[in-house]
Design a protein around this ligand. Structure first.
Ligand SMILES: *[C@@H]1O[C@H](CO)[C@@H](O)[C@H](O)[C@H]1NC(C)=O
Ligand SMILES: *[C@@H]1O[C@H](CO)[C@@H](O)[C@H](O)[C@H]1NC(C)=O
Ligand SMILES: *[C@@H]1O[C@H](CO)[C@@H](O)[C@H](O)[C@H]1NC(C)=O
Ligand SMILES: *[C@@H]1O[C@H](CO)[C@@H](O)[C@H](O)[C@H]1NC(C)=O
Ligand SMILES: *[C@@H]1O[C@H](CO)[C@@H](O)[C@H](O)[C@H]1NC(C)=O
Length: 426
């Protein structure tokens, strides 16, 4: 894909588009599986926004000429942004299994290895996100690696982003022979290498994106955390030269307290902070990030993504389970359309939308909030660790204090986030 953005086609091929899309749609009605089609089909079908086809212009895509992929099959690309992946439903299908398990993939942290940690209910592994308007391509590890040929993909953000990074690594690693891959974990920066493809899949820890006194040496008490909302350079120098950047930041801003925010370089130093409401401080912090991206990222060479907030499920009353304890013991997704819980702050979402919209460098949102909102069944819950140790039986018996309803089991929901990222990279 040359990481350059596709030339936005001025040529209207809408008639051909409609025919191809309609054919694809009909074919898919029968197969339901894009992967079974793609090997035999003459055209490689891209996500079709079935309802909006008529209004849409198609794009002639030259990105694959010369790439490993069969370029001739790639003439009709439907802009994934035309297809809303936001609205849809989770469909249960036991014959769908994840591409990896927490035993097969050696790179997963214990924090997210729920089955290995004793989770007995495994139904949560067999739900598939089905968007209303289009078909989300299946994650094809080989194709994903081809897209990363000679490139660096970097996830930047907090522990939820670390989960998305581990998910991506695990999704592709099984097709890489032993000896052709390596993993180097660092405190801030971790790098997975796929040697044959000269590609890296990296993670950079920056839970607020901007600098804080709680980045590497995490300060447990949120009252003592101070954010330098106008400083990002210390982290951002590690992002230079990366071909695909995927950012997130949300949950660390949500301690419920005012954020001690510091800016400018005044002599009063750490004492010169201002206590701001989270959305205000978040706006300044995100603008700092956006300014850095706008002045340092060449959009012809680098693609930028932003994963929206990952919902937390701390209040079972949100989904009508008055007697529940957070997400503990939940085994089914919420089915109520557009369910939105108290763990997803709409003001914070509005800040992201507002900042990204005004940026010079195009940023693709991976809007995972709504689809993840439904998945109360897929958090690590009590099948996790604390301070480097598996929860003890006593701790497990006290889910009110110990169930983790913020992080997600892997394999699990972040695989779907990566399926969306993958669809954008095709
Ligand atoms: C479940 O998935 C399998 C394999 O992908 C597929 O063949 C089958 O049609 C699916 N079943 C339903 C009900 O969608
Ligand atoms: C490998 O990829 C890096 C960029 O990530 C590039 O600078 C380098 O030239 C590539 N090496 C080969 C042998 O392709
Ligand atoms: C990106 O490419 C376009 C078209 O080739 C060119 O006009 C523009 O100056 C380039 N931008 C940068 C930042 O290099
Ligand atoms: C969890 O759910 C199972 C089955 O639904 C039930 O038997 C068990 O009592 C529940 N545990 C708690 C502590 O509520
Ligand atoms: C993400 O999707 C939700 C709908 O589920 C929407 O309300 C929100 O504005 C979107 N976020 C952004 C940043 O565009």
């Amino acid at each position: 894909m040359g990481t350059s953005r596709p030339p936005r086609g001025k040529v209207s091929l809408s008639i051909i588009t409609i025919i191809i899309c309609a054919l694809a749609f009909v074919a898919l009605l029968y197969t339901q599986r894009i992967s079974s089609l793609s090997s035999s089909a003459i055209f490689r079908f891209k996500p079709c926004a079935a309802k909006r086809i008529a209004a849409k212009k198609s794009v002639i895509d030259n990105r694959n000429v010369g790439a490993l992929d069969d370029a001739a099959d790639d003439r009709f690309v439907f802009d994934p942004e035309e297809c809303s992946l936001v609205h849809g439903k989770w469909v249960f299908n036991r014959s769908i299994t994840p591409l990896y398990t927490d035993r097969s993939c050696p790179y997963l942290d214990r924090q997210v290895s729920c089955v290995k940690n004793g989770k007995l209910d495994t139904d949560y592994l067999h739900w598939e996100w089905r968007p209303d308007d289009c078909i989300l391509p299946r994650f094809d590890p080989k194709k994903a690696l081809q897209r990363l040929q000679g490139k660096r993909l970097m996830f930047v953000g907090d522990s939820l982003q670390r989960g998305q990074w581990q998910s991506f690594v695990c999704l592709v690693e099984s097709v890489i022979p032993q000896g052709q891959k390596s993993m180097k974990r660092g405190r801030a920066h971790s790098v997975f290498k796929a040697k044959e493809h000269n590609a890296t899949i990296e993670f950079y820890w920056a839970p607020f994106l901007v600098e804080s006194n709680s980045d590497l040496h995490i300060i447990a008490d949120p009252k003592k955390r101070i954010l330098k909302v106008d400083s990002v350079a210390k982290h951002a120098k590690h992002w230079i030269g990366v071909d695909i950047l995927v950012f997130n930041t949300y949950v660390w801003w949500m301690s419920g307290l005012k954020i001690k925010s510091l800016w400018g370089s005044f002599a009063n130093g750490d004492e010169g902070y201002e206590e701001l409401d989270a959305p205000v401080s978040y706006t300044i912090g995100l603008k700092t990030w956006a300014n850095w991206v706008d002045s340092n990222v060449n959009p012809n060479k680098t693609r930028v993504f932003f994963t929206t907030m990952s919902p937390t499920h701390q209040r079972s009353a949100d989904w009508g389970n008055e007697k529940g304890i957070k997400c503990f013991n939940e085994t089914k997704p919420i089915t109520k359309k557009r369910h939105w819980g108290s763990g997803s702050d709409k003001r914070m979402m509005g800040v992201v939308a507002g900042v990204v919209e005004r940026m010079k460098v195009p940023v693709t949102l991976i809007n995972i909030t709504q689809l993840s909102e439904y998945r109360i069944d897929a958090h690590s819950s009590i099948y996790t660790e604390l301070g480097g140790k598996l929860l003890t039986d006593e701790q497990k018996a006290d889910p009110l204090h110990y169930a983790d309803c913020i992080h997600w089991c892997l394999p699990g929901v972040p695989d779907t986030w990566n399926r969306i990222l993958y669809a954008h990279l095709l």
